[in-house]
Ligand binder design. Sequence first.
Ligand SMILES: *Cc1c(COP(=O)(O)O)cnc(C)c1O
Length: 464
Amino acid sequence: MRYVSTRGDAPVLGFEAVTLAGLASDGGLYLPDAWPTMTRDEIAELAGLSYVDTAVAVMMPFVGDAMTREELKALCEQAYGRFAHAAVTPLVQLDHDQWLLELFHGPTLAFKDVALQLLGLLFERFLTGSTKHVTIVGATSGDTGSAAIDALAGRAGIDVFMLHPSGRISEVQRRQMTTVLSPNIHNIAIDGSFDQAQALVKAMFNDRAFAGRFTLSAVNSINWARLMAQVVYFFYAAVRLGAPEREIAFSVPTGNFGDVFAGYVAAKMGLPVARLIVATNVNDILHRALSTGDYSQKGVTHTPTPSMDIQVSSNFERLLFDLGGRDGKAQAAQMAGFESSGAMRLSNAQSKGASALFASDRVDFDDMALAMRWAHEHAGQVIDPHTAIALAAARRAPGDVPMVTLATAHPAKFGDAVERAIGLRPPLPARLGDLFEREERLATLPATFEAVTGYIAERATATA
Ligand SMILES: *Cc1c(COP(=O)(O)O)cnc(C)c1O
């Protein structure tokens, strides 16, 4: 399997290199040069397989010759053995044709664990026995940071520097990061906003001397291997509800377009997906793009669904590239226009291609709260606010096929918002019970390039 950049000007890479690189050197995102496909019979054979065996069957074509089947299976067993549910991603029925796909049974209670637990092991596998060393630098508003830290703690060849805005994430989220005391984990609280933290990280990647000296890498959803790991649960859920005989629809609470793009990949591989609903909160750039062709950036409104409070959706570029005829030059020009003006129009081919599979919806605060109450009163399910955005969209979408809403966070992670909507506070699962007693370690730094790079340079491993 070979991987190409959406901007057409970066080296073609294999799976191992694409995993370690994250972003392409031309600023684009990597994609397989062609989609592998599964026949109807091959999809039917997934029925009855465990999550791990499904994962191996779905991911093996993307891994190519970077690992054997046995090696991939061993990594999947290790990654998904840490989940608290034997089904890894269980389905829960809400009514006759509405279902929840619970993706939050991993160590940090967010769906990001599904991909990051595997990614951490892939990094270690590709770095062990080599002299290579990578420095992961990231900014987080909560969920990504805790999932990445849990996945990478103690792994050989990797240092992690995670920036978060001081005092602006929940105590559960902070403690999930700062109580991990492995020597390769470095939490940095910056005196500033999430946007400032993200801008600092971007500046470090753009500083070629600094980025090269410490072999900086990223684990946000621009990393191809993360998307690949997320394709699995679309197959896993769909075959349990009757695929390939029946078509299945999915509603996905969307921020950076990573999760729902994995659904698109599943459809490209041959899974009979009737529809993918891109559910946004009031930060609705994707809903506007998909319903009117206008992809234009606006200011961020803070909501009870912080993982969807985005200005732009980085993975959308992957869809535009695939639908626009895979023309790297044209994609680079479209993105350059967007980067200079903050707005762009989808081409006719892009709009038409998207509307064949995607629908979109924008869900406001009141409808989100109503969906939380409906799930509780009519199906006995306590759901988190992100999941509620997608459930609201799922319930008002037309259609007569089974509809699966992706449940992306455990409700206890957003206890305040849940309590406000349904009058009940979900308890933290027992395995996190002593989180509030554990020792914390973090550094607090001013939000300046000098302070943060100085701190990292003293602690990271430089390339020989
Ligand atoms: C990250 C996240 C999302 C958004 O996923 P994308 O892949 O960025 O679209 C939705 N819900 C929760 C709880 C998340 O952590």
